[in-house]
Design a protein around this ligand. Structure first.
Ligand code: SF4
Length: 442
């Protein structure tokens, strides 16, 4: 049932977690809009609240519960929906939270409006498909991005089985979006004026694996040929999915941003083996050397887990030395969080929280030092920034990400928002850079 645009019921969203979740939430916003719902900020009273959840750590679960309770308090008569990864792995726990009316896991989100209306007429609804169940890639078409960048989901699920990770049980088996559907969405977003397209997936490198046809390298070759494409950025790709062909494509295609997020997790071989990761530190170092041969200035960002069971001072010191040697441009540090139902949660030699905190502090300090060193290499040089937003409290200044994922601010007219702007880097500005426009935006 489609209602008149603009004076229909209201819906508010709270989204936690990764780029895949952000992309899905954007598509869900559009789904409700197509059914006449008006999106309002989460802080406001709404008829429907959607909390799109993450479950990667126990802290994420806690944050999700806080957002759910906040929605119920804000409007006790509202239809509160909990969707996504936390709802998938703990549906009973979520459904038991007072005020929750609809629980949807990581499938069937395209039916969300229908489920809301069923719940309003017939009472609470729980729609959670068992994670092991085979399923096609769920299309959640995207007409628009957020601000200047559009996140396009092309892959779902993961079967890697890393021993600390709950994601496979939240997201299920690997599913690939057919290349034609992926291309059609990117074409739509190019026509809508998005200059930067970010390809996302739960395990992006596994694109095409279960279909046996086009892999990630093949998809990239197709996408970079699309007329009007500004630039393409990849979200996270696991180290062992960098085929020779993928390295060739990333080295040769100027329209692919020279920025790769490649999770390391540990710089210690024994720890990687206990984690069930499928590479060694030497493999990882060799991969970065191959990638940097093609694009020496590329940014490599990564994730590292601190305090995995069995990690002692010696193995942590090896991780520190390895991270320093890899000269990452940005580091995401995660203290190990035992997840119920994962093998590592019952491993011996769990590391004390205080030790995890202290090691995280040391690794983050190293990460900041490496980030400053990397950004410093671009002083006086020209980068191309996607103008994402005005700088709060700094009139006439815009900010956004460069091709190598540096945050750059520069004086600019709001008419530049959403466009790719050549900027000469003049100085540092906190963790970012300051520059001036140095050519025509496009
Ligand atoms: S690759 Fe490993 S860490 Fe990443 S989502 Fe899959 S199981 Fe989790």
């Amino acid at each position: 049932m489609v209602r008149e645009e603009g004076n229909g019921p209201t819906v508010a969203f709270a989204t936690l977690g990764c780029k895949v979740n952000q992309s899905e939430a954007q598509a869900l916003r559009e789904l409700f809009a197509r059914h006449g719902y008006r999106t309002v900020p989460f802080e406001e009273e709404a008829d429907v609240y959607v909390v799109h959840t993450c479950t990667v750590t126990h802290l994420s679960d806690r944050k999700c519960r806080q957002m759910i309770r906040r929605a119920v308090r804000r409007n006790p008569r509202a239809t509160v929906v909990v969707s996504g990864c936390y709802a998938q792995v703990a549906p009973e726990e979520v459904a038991a939270i007072p005020g929750v009316k609809v629980v949807v896991g990581t499938r069937e989100r395209h039916r969300l409006v229908e489920l809301v209306e069923e719940a309003q007429e017939q009472g609470p609804r729980v729609c959670v498909i068992p994670w092991q169940a085979p399923a096609p890639f769920e299309e959640l078409p995207l007409e628009a991005g957020e601000r200047a960048r559009a996140f396009v989901r092309v892959q779902e699920g993961c079967e890697e089985g890393c021993r600390y990770c709950i994601v496979p049980r939240a997201r299920g088996p690997v599913r690939t979006r057919p290349p034609e559907a992926a291309k059609a969405e990117v074409e739509r977003l190019i026509r809508a004026g998005y200059r930067e397209i970010v390809l996302t997936g739960v395990n992006l490198g596994a694109y095409g694996r279960e279909r046996g046809d086009l892999d990630l390298a093949g998809l990239l070759r197709e996408l970079v040929r699309l007329p009007g494409l500004g630039r393409l950025r990849l979200s996270s790709v696991e180290p062992h999915y960098f085929t020779a062909e993928l390295v060739r494509v990333l080295a040769g295609e100027e329209k692919i941003c020279p920025h790769w997020h490649i999770p390391l997790q540990s710089g210690d071989a024994a720890t990687l083996a206990r984690m069930g990761r499928r590479y060694t530190p030497d493999d990882y170092a060799a991969l970065l050397a191959r990638l940097r041969q093609g694009r020496p200035e590329a940014a490599v960002t990564t994730d590292v887990i601190v305090g995995f069971p069995g990690e002692d001072e010696a193995s942590f010191t090896r991780t520190l030395a390895f991270v320093e040697a890899m000269a990452f441009s940005r580091l995401h540090v995660f203290p190990y969080s035992p997840r119920r139902g994962t093998p590592a949660a019952s491993f011996p030699d769990q590391v004390a929280p205080a030790v995890k905190a202290e090691r995280s502090r040391r690794l983050r300090a190293l990460g900041r030092r490496l980030a400053v060193a990397y950004a410093g290499r671009f002083l006086g040089r020209r980068l191309t920034v996607v103008a994402e937003r005005a700088v709060p409290g700094k009139r006439g200044f815009l900010t956004g990400h460069s091709e190598n994922y540096l945050e750059v601010s520069f004086p600019g007219d709001p008419a530049l928002l959403g466009r790719l702007v050549p900027v000469r880097i003049l100085s540092r500005a906190g963790e970012g850079l300051l520059g001036e426009q140095a050519g025509a935006a496009y």
